[in-house]
Design a protein around this ligand. Structure first.
Ligand SMILES: NC(=O)c1ccc[n+]([C@@H]2O[C@H](COP(=O)([O-])OP(=O)(O)OC[C@H]3O[C@@H](n4cnc5c(N)ncnc54)[C@H](O)[C@@H]3O)[C@@H](O)[C@H]2O)c1
Ligand SMILES: O=P(O)(O)OC[C@H](O)CO
Length: 320
């Protein structure tokens, strides 16, 4: 039996640990010692998830757990991944590291697999991504995700290890497509939320979702992604979930932007930093990303939603 360690005890890490615990040996690792000690005692964190922790799930803040792991699921936010890897580089060497965060690093403009490859060259990066709210996974509701692994044999082995009767993993070798789909859909979800929040209606939201998806594909294909991955769970599938549901923090953040309201402080909104990163990547690669650019300008407070929509509508007419 492989020892799985989920690193990052936020909503998603806790949900994954709950879902995988039982038939596998699973440890949930968090950096906050007192919080993990409390969680170990109470076996629940209602602020994050409505379900209790299964009795078999080990909970710790001891870094030695990272070293003992056979495989690690990294459920820290994208902008924190580089710091986490730097802090634990020795413990994580030569292990399969499954990136579960969705974003592009704002400083390096890299996705999680390149961040892992640079920080720990001996590690084997994978990506686990797709349409999934932590609350759904923790409750055992049926969910389908994409597992990307460069080595098809290892991918097949880990697909079996990380699937459960209700958590169905599809595999691919397209790491770039999987991670960019997951990262970029958050940006489009912010745009869709802002559109609804600003009162522009559901038809406009459908237009933004579709044109935003065209942008996701344009950027990802230039970065080396396969189109089939973008059309699958990690791209279109996750975009549909995130851009249509108030269960999404990115969408809710967009709604607040659209209404001109401030958002709940401290909530992880990956699409905000990723919009800035993707806009810079687009400039660097010479790719036209009008929806992304508008979200980046909104996030930075340079424009309001009304001017963003007008700027998108004023663009020259073109072929679809
Ligand atoms: N919540 C969801 O429904 C969901 C679903 C799929 C994917 N994700 C992705 O998972 C990632 C994490 O999201 P979340 O919902 O768990 O966020 P969260 O805000 O609930 O939790 C983030 C956790 O990461 C920890 N963390 C931050 N920096 C760290 C560091 N340097 N070292 C160690 N731990 C650190 C925090 O202490 C916190 O416990 C995001 O990229 C998100 O897009 C979330
Ligand atoms: O709450 P969000 O917007 O971070 O979305 C969570 C997941 O990425 C949905 O698949």
């Amino acid at each position: 039996m492989s020892g799985i360690v989920v690193a990052g005890a936020g909503a998603f890490g806790t949900a994954l640990a709950v879902a995988l615990s039982g038939t596998r040996e699973v440890t949930l690792w968090g950096r906050d010692g007192p919080a993990m000690a409390r969680l170990s005692g109470t076996r629940s964190n209602p602020r994050l998830l409505a379900v209790p922790l299964p009795p078999a799930l080990d909970v710790t803040s001891d870094p030695a757990a990272l070293e003992r792991a056979d495989i690690l699921l990294l459920a820290v936010p994208a902008q924190a991944l580089r710091g986490f890897l730097a802090d634990h580089a020795e413990a994580l060497a030569e292990k399969p590291l499954v990136a579960c965060g969705k974003g592009i690093d704002l400083e390096t403009l890299e996705g999680p697999t390149a961040v892992i490859a640079h920080a720990i060259p001996s590690a084997r990066p994978l990506v686990l991504t797709g349409p999934s709210f932590a609350a759904d996974i923790a409750r055992g509701l049926p969910t389908a995700l994409t597992l990307a692994c460069a080595d098809p044999e290892e991918g097949t082995r880990l697909q079996a290890l990380l699937s459960t009767p209700v958590l169905r993993l599809y595999r691919t070798t397209d790491l770039v497509g999987a991670e960019l789909g997951g990262a970029l859909k958050n940006v489009v979800a912010i745009a869709c939320g802002a559109c609804l929040g600003g009162g522009f209606g559901e038809s406009a939201r459908a237009a933004l979702l579709t044109r935003g998806f065209a942008e996701m594909r344009r950027l990802a294909l230039v970065c080396g992604a396969e189109d089939g991955t973008l059309m699958g769970l990690s791209g279109l599938g996750d975009l549909v979930l995130t851009a249509m549901s108030e269960g999404s923090r990115n969408y809710r953040y967009g709604l607040h932007l659209g209404r001109g309201e401030s958002f709940e402080p401290g909530v992880t909104v990956e699409g905000a930093a990723t919009a800035l990163a993707a806009a810079r990547l687009g400039q660097r690669l010479g790719i036209d990303l009008p929806v992304t650019d508008a979200v980046a300008a909104l996030v930075e407070g340079h424009i309001d939603v009304g001017s963003a929509v007008r700027a998108l509508l004023d663009r020259p007419l073109k072929a679809e």
